[in-house]
Structures are given as structure tokens and as C-alpha cells.
Design a binder for this molecule. Structure first.
Ligand code: ADP
Length: 811
């Protein structure tokens, strides 16, 4: 009889010489391990029944060579097995048990004793020998090391597995423990069971373990590869599905899911480019799993709404019929023939050119000259929608290009907003006041605008909010500007400028009669048989209530009169059938006292004052230059918000007067005891530019010679220290302003003669234009009286062979 010590709590277990044999399929029991088995075969059931009737039963477990053998006999089982203790028997049904076994010791079958009612055999126990050997120690260390590495790669194993490996001290037991937990073939396990030599057994287990390690490593590698291949999208999809499931579970899913479903249709209907459509669908998927009360939900929803509402594929068909265009332009606008002609040319070229790429029209001129309404007419004449984007004061690039969606309340830029409003992707788009575009630290809106206008880039304009490209190439852009100078050069290059300089008094009268009055009557619901705005009253409004190059205020004042009449009609003070005739005298009843007195009346002819002509954003203006003197030491004071260029031309004028004092009859060294003050009234308005040079010069001469400048004379021109008069800009606007102010004679540079073609004939008829080359020529036309010794001086000097009024020859 052989025994084997086991570390059980109930002391050593004896293995009897003859034991009952339980055949096992598909598994090998090792000493020290605990396994549950199902018992259902007749013989096995009998065996268990009998065994449990004994105290501390020990049986033999032999693995079948072929699992399919139903009633294994002698040769059907391996000859080496494991003695086991029955720890627990659970009756599952009649003739069916679950038995928990604990391996106790290796046993070898010596011979079979009986086969009925179950097999019994004579066995010999084969306990592991106890040997101390360095090689064995090394093998054990190796085994533990690899075992722990395998455990690490198997997340399904409990964390304690590593510690368990460490705690086993018997080499044989360790090998058995590891083998029983490895996924091996039954034959392999049996092989380990039959290997009694410890070193050989450990080597075998090491081999299996290393194989397992390799398999796990490869598995991990494949896992990461697969994960990478799954890609972000797919993973996101899986996560979203999971999130959706969680939300469903929590009852947090959007109740109005149906309304989100509508988006699907809308996306389909919007006919976006394929890439954009993908983005839209992705956003919709995101939306579906979001909490409707979250801020992110609102942001995403708004974004999606923008995407589906933009006119990706909606456009109007152009009807470019030049005769029709002409007709519409004429119906909306009086005169401005030159501009209309160029618009027609522009449209004709557009019609012929297939790619539609070309310069952008820019209508330039003071306010109220009809730039906006021309833009509208152009769009209307070819059947396009019209939108207007005001650029005045836009400093932030984001106004053009939109804010990124990360900002709270962000929106697309004005261009995309306009497109959405138009509802078509080819509207006429007016970029109003392109000259007022600013820029600061928030980026340069002009460069964003360049991208909008550039035919090479604007077919995929990217708005920061949309983040998907939008095709702007079909939009017809029309810019407007008051002044051309402030427009950044790069932008200006793209523009085809058409100037609208402003209207004369007569033109304004015609515009009022033909367009403004009928329009205002209609707007106020007054029929022409109730109100007669006479030509005199229109003239009175133009002179006494407006001072402008355009007709915007005129239109407003006409509207005010109409409102007054409408009140009378409503009150009943204007009886049915009666007609209100507004004469010039009646205008103050409607509009109050005159807002502008005639400037001519303001001007007193006294020495030191001279009228100049200026060009501003609101058209031409007249301005008065006043010069006065006081005791002092020759300093020059300038007030009235003069810019640097204007101040320099004042200095130049003074230097010229000083160096030419003699022939002008001015006391030489007059500055020694005198200070000079130059002031230009309307001090609140900044003024700049060199064109007031001649005016300042004349005012100074007038002061020092004590001869007044004629009240009905105005002038413009730049000066040089050598006495030349150089050309200036804005001639037409300036002449119109002079005409408005009732000026009778204008002095202007000789080299501006070419610009006179633009001046309306009526102005030419009523004003005497004198072109001058040199500053000395000015005085005889401007002063009321020539300086006393002027003639004598000139004559004397010419006689001496030096004509002081001629510029000195240049070296
Ligand atoms: P702008 O854009 O140049 O400031 P608007 O287009 O707003 O000017 O014009 C102001 C008003 O004057 C509009 O009602 C416009 O119809 C009218 N108007 C301007 N010029 C003319 C013109 N030549 N004929 C008829 N109406 C005009």
C-alpha cells in the first residue's frame, strides 16, 4: 500500500491498493487541481453512489483514449491516471450528478480486478520525488517567469494568478498546476501526466507555455491592427450605437426623434455636394444621440439647419436681353447716360463670355446718387435676386468669413448669410461701401473679401462656420464706394469703376419730378390729384433744405411734405376733391425754416477770406479759408482740423508770399512783427489734401495787400514754391458744388482742362472757368482790386529784364 501526502485541510489522503475507476472524457486530472465533472453513464453513476456511501472516498480517474467510447474497457483508457478525492456530489437529476474532484496523486494501473458494476483496478501511487538540483531550480524560475508573462497577456485570468504561481514551491506541483490551466490537447496533457521525471516534465511544460506565449503575442498584435483598421469612423459609429443604447435605457432619448428624421429628407432635398452631404449626415447622427437640452444640441442643430437651407443647387436663369436691360435702367434712373452705357457694355460682354469671369463692377460716387438703386436694377434686369451686404465699418474678418462654431452664438459670415437670404446661389450681390472696410487685430476683412471676389478661388469659398466649401462663382458682385483712394490696391485691381459724381440743380429737379415725387406719392398713398408739388417748391427744397451731391435728402424732404399732406387728408382739413398745391412759399409750412442759407450771402468781401473747393466723400463742397494777422514774432497757427498735407501747403503758400512780397506790393519782412493764423471753418470736419494751396495763397495776399477777394469767385489747385499751379482731382464734383453755391467764376489749374468734359453743360453755361498756370495769374481774377503798386512793380521789373511772375528757370 502506498500513500501520498497531500496539502488538504483534512490531513494526508491514502490511496488504497484497489480503487474504483471512473473513466473521464476530454480531460485530464492532475494532482492538486480541482475540477467539476458531470456523471451520467450507468456504470459511473453506480460508482459515485457507492463511493459516497463511504467515508472520505478516493477513486481513480483515467482519461479515455477516445472520448466517443461509451463503455470503455481495459484498453480504452490510459494506464496512468490520477487518484482523486470526491469533495462534493450534487444530484442534478435521477442518474445525473455533478461531482467535484480533487486530484491527489499520480497512479499507474497494475491490473484490472472487475468490470461490473464498474471497473476496479489495482494501482500503485507515484508521488513526485523530492530532489535538490540547481538545474531544476533554474527550470522552475524560468517556468514561473514565462507563466507570469502569459498571465499578463490573458486579461481574462484573475489578478491573483500571478501570486498563485509564486506561492507554489514544489516543482512537480507547479508544472501540474500550469498544465491543467493551459489550453492543450488531451494527449498533450496526458503526456505531461505520464512524465515522472521532474526536469523532463518542466521542459515539456516550458515548451507548451512558450508556445502559448507566442500565440498570445500574435493575438495581441492582431488585435491592435484590427482596432487601427477599424478606423475612427467605425469606432465612432459603434460608440454612438452604444451611447444610443445607454440613452434609450435611461429614457433620455430625444422624444422628437421624428423631427430629426425630417432632416434626412431635407438633406436629400438640399442637393449638397457629396462631401458636404456626408458632413450633414454625420452631424445628424451626432444630433440623434444628444441630449436636446444640451448647448451642443442647439449648436449642432443650428448648423444642420444652415446646411440644409443654403441654396446649393437653387439658381435663377439669366435672361440677358440688352434691350430689356436698357429699358429697366431707363425706367429706374434719370440720365447718367455714361454709366448706363458702360453697364450695358458690361452685360453684353457677360452674355458673350461663357465663363462669366470678369472684373467686378464698382459704382463710385457720393451718397444718394443712385448706386444702390442701380445695383438693384441691374439684378432685376437679368432676373436675378438682389442682396446687399454693407461693409461700412467692418473690421473683423469674421464678419466676412464667419465665426468658428466653437464660439457661442457663432454664425456664418455676411456673404453666406446673404446667399441664404436670397435663396439662390447666383444673386446680384451688392458690396456696399467697400471703401469703408477697416482692419485691425481681428484680421483683415479685405483679404477675405478678395477671396470672395477672386474667380480662381471663389468656387470653393470656405466660411469658418460652415467648414464646407460653397460655390460663389455664380454670384454677380457689384461694389459701391464713396471714394476710391481708401480701397486696398489689391481689391481695387479687381474692380471696374464707374463714377457717379453727383447731380446739378437742374438734374435734381428732373429726377424729383420724374422719379422722386411719383415714388413718394405712391409710398404715402396720395394720388397725384390731391397734391401738386410745383417745380418752384422742388427748387426751394433743393436750395434751402438740402446740400448734397445726390438726391437722398431731397427724396426724404419730399417724403416729409407727402406725410404732411397725408395728415391733412386724414384730418379732413383737406376736403375730398380738393388739391393741395405746394408752392415755394408753402414749403416752410411743411419742412420748417430753411436749413441752409445761401452761402453767397454768408460771404462778406473782406480782406483775408477766400473761397475754396474741396472734394469729400459726400461729393464736392465749398470751403472758406480765413487768414488773419496779429502782433507777434512770425509764427504760423493753423486751426480747423487740417491734415498734414494741407498744413504743408499752407507753409508753401506763406513761403511763396514772403519770397515774392516785393512784386505783389507787400511790405518786405512783414512777418517780423506779425503772427499769422489760418482757419478753415466747419472745424469739426477733418480736411486734407493739397488742393487748397491756391486758396490759402490768395487769402494771404488779400490780407497783406488789404484787398478783398471777390465773393463770387472760388478756386482749387495745388501750388509749388516756384509759383506753378498743379492739377487736382474731383473736378466735376467741385464744379457741381460751386454751381450749387452760386459761384460765378472758378479758377482752376490749366492741366485740369481735360476734366471739363465731364462737367454738365448747364454748369458751364452759368460759371466762368479760368484755367491758370502760374500763381501770379490768380490775383487779377480773384481780387476785387489789384494791389496799388502791383502794376508799377511788374512793369519796372520786366523792363529790367526779370519778369518776376515767370517761374525761375530750373538748373
Ligand atoms: P446711393 O446708393 O448712391 O447712396 P441710392 O441708390 O440709395 O444712392 O439713391 C437714393 C435715392 O435716389 C433712391 O431712391 C434712388 O432711386 C434715387 N435716385 C438716385 N439717382 C437717381 C436717378 N438718376 N434717377 C432716379 N432716381 C435716382
Amino acid at each position: 500500500m502506498s500513500t501520498k501526502k497531500q496539502g488538504g485541510t483534512e490531513g494526508p489522503v491514502e490511496v488504497p491498493e484497489i480503487i474504483s475507476i471512473l473513466p473521464l472524457r476530454n480531460s485530464v486530472l492532475f494532482p492538486g487541481s480541482i475540477i467539476p465533472i458531470d456523471v451520467g453513464r450507468r456504470k459511473s453513476v453506480r460508482l459515485v453512489e457507492e463511493a459516497i456511501s463511504k467515508e472520505r472516498p478516493v477513486i481513480g480517474i483515467l482519461t479515455q483514449r477516445d472520448a466517443r467510447t461509451e463503455d470503455p474497457g481495459e484498453g480504452d483508457m490510459y494506464a496512468v491516471g490520477c487518484a482523486a478525492r470526491i469533495l462534493k456530489v450534487i444530484k442534478l437529476a435521477k442518474d445525473n450528478f455533478s461531482v467535484i474532484l480533487q486530484g491527489v496523486s499520480r497512479v499507474r494501473i497494475l491490473d484490472y480486478q472487475s468490470t461490473d458494476p464498474f471497473i476496479t483496478s489495482r494501482v500503485t501511487a507515484l508521488p513526485d520525488p523530492t530532489v535538490a538540483d540547481v538545474e531544476l531550480d533554474a527550470l522552475v524560475l524560468n517556468l514561473k517567469d514565462i507563466a507570469k508573462r502569459v498571465i499578463k497577456l490573458m486579461p481574462e485570468l484573475p489578478k491573483e494568478a500571478g501570486a498563485l504561481v509564486d506561492s507554489v514551491t514544489e516543482p512537480g506541483q507547479l508544472a501540474d498546476l500550469i498544465t491543467s490551466n493551459l489550453e492543450l490537447q488531451v494527449e498533450e496533457k496526458q503526456d505531461v501526466l505520464e512524465t515522472f521525471d521532474l526536469k523532463a516534465r518542466i521542459r515539456k511544460v516550458l515548451q507548451f507555455l512558450s508556445r502559448q506565449l507566442e500565440v498570445l503575442k500574435v493575438r495581441e498584435k492582431i488585435n491592435t491592427q484590427v482596432q487601427e483598421e477599424m478606423g475612427r469612423n467605425q469606432r465612432e459609429y459603434v460608440l454612438r450605437q452604444q451611447l444610443k443604447a445607454i440613452k434609450e435605457e435611461l429614457g433620455e432619448l430625444d422624444e422628437g426623434g421624428g423631427d430629426l428624421e425630417e432632416f434626412k429628407d431635407k438633406i436629400a432635398k438640399a442637393k449638397m455636394p457629396p462631401d458636404t452631404e456626408k458632413v450633414a449626415h454625420k452631424q445628424l447622427e451626432r444630433l440623434k444621440v444628444m441630449q436636446p437640452s444640451s448647448a451642443e444640441y442647439t449648436v449642432t442643430r443650428t448648423y444642420l439647419e444652415w446646411l440644409v437651407e443654403l441654396p446649393w443647387e437653387v439658381s435663377t436663369d439669366d435672361v440677358v436681353d440688352i434691350a430689356n436691360v436698357r429699358q429697366i435702367l431707363d425706367a429706374d434712373h434719370y440720365d447718367i447716360e455714361k454709366v448706363k452705357k458702360r453697364i450695358l457694355e458690361y452685360m453684353a460682354v457677360r452674355k458673350l463670355k461663357a465663363d462669366k469671369k470678369g472684373p467686378i463692377l464698382c459704382l463710385a460716387g457720393p451718397p444718394g446718387v443712385g448706386k444702390t438703386s442701380l445695383g438693384k436694377s441691374i439684378a432685376r434686369s437679368i432676373g436675378r435676386k438682389f442682396i446687399r451686404i454693407s461693409l461700412g465699418g467692418v473690421r473683423d474678418e469674421a464678419e466676412i468669413r464667419g465665426h468658428r462654431r466653437t464660439y457661442v452664438g457663432s454664425l456664418p459670415g455676411r456673404v453666406i448669410q446673404g446667399i441664404k437670404k436670397a435663396g439662390t446661389n447666383n444673386p446680384g450681390c451688392m458690396l456696399d461701401e467697400i471703401d469703408k472696410l477697416g482692419h485691425d487685430f481681428r484680421g483683415d476683412p479685405a483679404s477675405a473679401l478678395l477671396e470672395v471676389l477672386d474667380p480662381e478661388q471663389n468656387n470653393s469659398f470656405s466660411d469658418h462656420y460652415l467648414e464646407v466649401p460653397f460655390d460663389l462663382s455664380k454670384v454677380m458682385f457689384i461694389a459701391t464706394a464713396n471714394l476710391l483712394d481708401p480701397i486696398p490696391p489689391a481689391l481695387r485691381d479687381r474692380l471696374e469703376v464707374m463714377e457717379l459724381p453727383g447731380y446739378t440743380r437742374e438734374e435734381k429737379k428732373m429726377i424729383a419730378r420724374k422719379f422722386l415725387v411719383p415714388k413718394q406719392l405712391e409710398e404715402h398713398g396720395i394720388t397725384p390729384d390731391r397734391l401738386d408739388l410745383t417745380d418752384e417748391s422742388v427748387a426751394e427744397v433743393i436750395d434751402g433744405y438740402t446740400r448734397e451731391a445726390g438726391v437722398r435728402n431731397l427724396e426724404r424732404e419730399m417724403g416729409a411734405i407727402c406725410r404732411g399732406v397725408a395728415v391733412k387728408v386724414a384730418e379732413g382739413s383737406l376736403k375730398d376733391g380738393e388739391k393741395e398745391v405746394v408752392t415755394a412759399e408753402k414749403v416752410p409750412d411743411y419742412l420748417g425754416p430753411q436749413k441752409f442759407q445761401s452761402e453767397v450771402a454768408d460771404r462778406t468781401s473782406e480782406p483775408g477770406v477766400c473761397t475754396g473747393l474741396a472734394w469729400t466723400a459726400v461729393g464736392g463742397e465749398i470751403l472758406f479759408i480765413e487768414v488773419t494777422r496779429m502782433p507777434g514774432k512770425g509764427s504760423l497757427v493753423m486751426t480747423g482740423q487740417l491734415g498734414d498735407v494741407m498744413k504743408e501747403s499752407a507753409q508753401a503758400a506763406l513761403s511763396f508770399v514772403r519770397s515774392n512780397a516785393k512784386w505783389m506790393g507787400i511790405e518786405e519782412n512783414f512777418l517780423e512783427k506779425t503772427d499769422i493764423h489760418i482757419h478753415i471753418p466747419a472745424g469739426g470736419i477733418p480736411k486734407d489734401g493739397p488742393s487748397a494751396g491756391v486758396t490759402m495763397f490768395t487769402a494771404m495776399v488779400s490780407l497783406f495787400t488789404n484787398k478783398a477777394v471777390r465773393a463770387d469767385v472760388a478756386m482749387t489747385g495745388e501750388i509749388t514754391l516756384r509759383g506753378l499751379v498743379l492739377p487736382v482731382g474731383g473736378i466735376k464734383e467741385k464744379m457741381l458744388a460751386a454751381h450749387r453755391a452760386g459761384i460765378k467764376r472758378v479758377l482752376l489749374p490749366e492741366r485740369n482742362r481735360k476734366d471739363m468734359v465731364d462737367v454738365p453743360p448747364q454748369v458751364k453755361e452759368e460759371i466762368e472757368f479760368i484755367h491758370i498756370k502760374r500763381m501770379d495769374e490768380i490775383l487779377q481774377y480773384a481780387l476785387t482790386e489789384m494791389p496799388d503798386n502791383w502794376k508799377a512793380n511788374i512793369t519796372a521789373q520786366v523792363a529790367a529784364g526779370t519778369d518776376p511772375t515767370k517761374p525761375a528757370p530750373t538748373a
